[in-house]
Design a protein around this ligand. Sequence first.
Ligand code: UDP
Ligand code: MG
Length: 249
Amino acid sequence: MKLISLIVPVLNEEEAIPLFYDAVQDVLHDEPYDVEILFIDDGSTDRTLEIIEGLHARDPRVRGISFSRNFGKEAANLAGLAAAKGDCCVVIDGDLQHPPEKIVEMYRLWEQGYEIVEGQKASRGAESHAARAFYSLISRATGIDMANASDFKLLARKAVNVLINMRERNAFFRALSSWIGFKTVSIPFDVQKRAGGSSKWSTPALAKYAVDNIASFSAAPMQLVTVLGGIMLLVSLVLGTIALVQKFS
Ligand code: UDP
Ligand code: MG
């Protein structure tokens, strides 16, 4: 029987994880395949790890990876993909903002031969202004339309192997998965309300994330440095000339 791995990065999601687990059971229990649920605890300081351990004791299909500190969602996704055993992997948020019933739709497309199924945000109602600004900035900088892209996606084993062998640990997962190619299809989903807790992104964290991702996907920052250097050179030549002229006249 085929195995499908769910990769779930979680940071301080003690409230959401049990709800997520129940929702996944409801959706997948009639499906003709095995499931493993892999939670990656990205350095939580609440009872997240304890809750994962409790689920694992009850249901051995649940496994956990525990990070020594917070490394960020990108690292958690990749660690999950590296540990997953599935014939395909579905990367999904643990706060139920990515609707689990879409997993079945993704799986059907995979059965039809697609190697990557991208979840695309149909509506972005629940997003902050900072998040919105972030996506428009990053789309312009990377040249990949990221406005409706999300981390909710299915990857066939072949694509998973390519990603984990890239040894890229700070990559912008969302863009990387489209950059590697493969037979891809998108399906729309509506971003849901969070199941408890709050968003793990502060505005400074989002700003750092934007800069990291722009730097790793585009040469624009380097060109900016060159252009600024040129401007500084011109300005100092002009100022130097003025100073010399004043001194000698
Ligand atoms: N997350 C994580 N590490 C982080 C930040 C977030 O593992 O440093 C997880 C979080 O627990 C959730 C998912 O990534 O399962 C999406 O995060 P969040 O809901 O905070 O982001 P948003 O939906 O607001 O973009
Ligand atoms: Mg969320």
